[in-house]
Design a binder for this molecule. Sequence first.
Ligand code: BGC
Ligand code: NOJ
Length: 803
Amino acid sequence: MQYGYFDDNAREYVITRPDTPLPWVNYLGNEGFFSLISNTCGGYCFYRDAKLRRITRFRYNSVPNDDGGRCFYICDGDITWSPAFLPAKTPLDSYRCRHGLGYSVFEGEKNGVAAELSVMVPMGDACELQKLALSNTSKEEKHLTVYGAVEWCLWNAVDDSTNFQRNWNIGEVEIEDSTVYHKTEYRERRNHYAFYSVNAPIAGFDTDRDTFLGQFRSWSEPQAVKERTSYGSKASGWSPMAALRLEVDLLPGESKSFLFRLGYVENPREKKFSAPGVIDKQRAYVLLSTYNTAEQFDQAMGALKDYWTGILSRFTVQSTEEKLDRMVNIWNQYQCMVTFNMSRSASYYESGTGRGMGFRDSCQDLLGFVHLIPERARERILDIASIQFPDGSTYHQYQPLDKRGNADIGSGFNDDPLWLVACTTAYIRETGDFTILDEPTPFNNQPGSEKPLLEHLRRSVNYTMTHRGPHGLPLIGRTDWNDCLNLNCFSHTPGESFQTCSNFESGKAESVFIAGMFVKYGKEYAELVERLGIVDEAKAVLAAADEIEAAVLTHGWDGAWFRRAYDAFERPVGSCLNEEGQIFIEPQGFCVMAGIGGREYGVKALASAEKHLGNDFGLEILHPCYTTYLDYLGEISSYPPGYKENGSVFCHNNPWITLGYCSVKDGNSAFNLYIRNAPAYIEDRSDIHRTEPYCYSQTIAGRDAQNYGEAKNSWLTGTAAWSFVAVSQGILGIQPDYDGLRVEPCLPDQIKSCRIKRLFRGTRYEITVRRGENKGLMVDGKPVPGNQIPLTAAKLCEVELTL
Ligand code: BGC
Ligand code: NOJ
């Protein structure tokens, strides 16, 4: 069952009913100001940091779900309705929500009035714009009372929802013309404020939430709205808000539009006040005059659409598979941008108050992002490397506002360092920019500790080489990629974090997964330093990779698949010797991608993965699921069977298997797996899948779960980047490499031909792949041996590959 449809020409997903199984969300903003917006106009905004600079308030797990957000009310006679259905909940005569790239449009119609509410964050400015266009489609004159309202968050989202003894005393606002300024804590150390404004004279306002709502009432019908009035309340403590009221007359056929602006401003410390206690509003005035008319809004919207046209033109495919094209050309790349911006901080599942930017997460996100905006990828790599410690280990997370490592979580996630190699080599292969390796980059952000980025990579690689266990395999530390495989933590304290507790430093627990990573990325590092002429180091690292590969073949191979780990007592995990958790997906993916044991082992491991882990929605993370809590394995066994790391389809690692299939040249199996959870391919099962059909979710409940097939944790998942790598570099086979673009597709039988356009190092490659006689590569009409297109200074390069 579907709740909408893809409009590929408009690059939109059109939701045709408000009652989607869960809020279906979009992201607005690309730079500093970000908004989450659901298909009923819920959600919140923040500036850079979802924890420390939360602008509007949102209640996770609220009742009803997704309450608040941007509250618009249209009062027409006795009827009160909202263009996006919520918060008024009045049934609409028609409803559509069109989620586009960086904007959302809500079209609601009721009783002869049509509303179109378009919401976007413009490029280059810190504000959300909401254009409300109202049309009288009836034969009578209409007099409407219209409200736009938001509730302010007192900046720090954690304090905001916990420290009420303070919070309920500090709220402050200023009101000037049609603008409400939110200035809580501005009197003291903050030098930033927010505002909500409309480009027309208002008939009234409220800034105290409880006055606006009235006692015992909710967002669905505030007292002020019920009375069609405003109380002119001035917030003093409690919960400041901004409700702006307009009185609108519309003749039959007449339309009027209003532009609401929700802005964020930082002032220089010495220019905070224009008079004692009064905000200096100059910067807000500039923003307000930049976006003061519908035409200015439309221009900003045009610029945003052009921006996305430009970004997405860097990689496009035209094949016979409509859904493949849709994922590759629009939605997968869009999600890569979102995960790059957010890491795992703010979604409808991540509250934005816990995790900042993850080291491993952000490194992996870059793999699907680097071709979009290489300059931003470069900056991110240097930020990430700056939280590394001198011994090569690293903080696991950092807060985007100050970019400092998060001491509460600390380090010891032993896969982390190697991801830095993965993203840096991806960046250089994409750009050819070796100079990044010379960038002086601090350790632990300590001034004076700077070393060239290359030294950071060296220490990453060295960290794995020098931290190995009894079988010669890399030590797992607190965990590896699988945060829930906590082999050195024997937790018996309810609520204790499995990730930060390591109360059993065995010095023994080992990870076959990290071994696979090392063979892959250690070799990539060796290739890199060899190119730099550091031949001895290249040899040494290759020798270590050989050693670790041998250790995997001796101790990490279970007969038909790769084992997962060795626990603190040197017992295998992910082996047929275990009763549960006999096979895990991660090492099958990484060891096969790394080529461990060659094609023979690869084919066997992949077949075992499909046989034991395969379901309708992809491959589950492990099998059989753990049925009891096992302290020597940790969080993984804390989940009920079929959920999360205990046996769901953990979508992030499915593309590793897809890439594994590509490395053994099995295009049919690669594609068959790809389409089992690519969102556009399962759109018609939205009632079962339940999350958005235009983005990947982290997990899909496995066969052992009661709600088999139900997805959770949409948007912020490494699935986005890895799926894009799998489809673009694996299935379609367009691989950026140091000396040129490589074209090595691994297509399923059903795709007979396709055409790919790829911008690479300033050249636009137009690549036709087809099956036929005269196999081989033709570049600008001339045959070229192998599958690599030599670099060229030409702006355009025509390539034909016959398979
Ligand atoms: C989740 C993991 C996640 C970790 C982060 C765990 O509860 O299951 O998916 O990576 O928390 O802290
Ligand atoms: C989600 C986390 O963000 C990621 O870092 C981790 O690898 C996976 N969960 C698997 O546990």
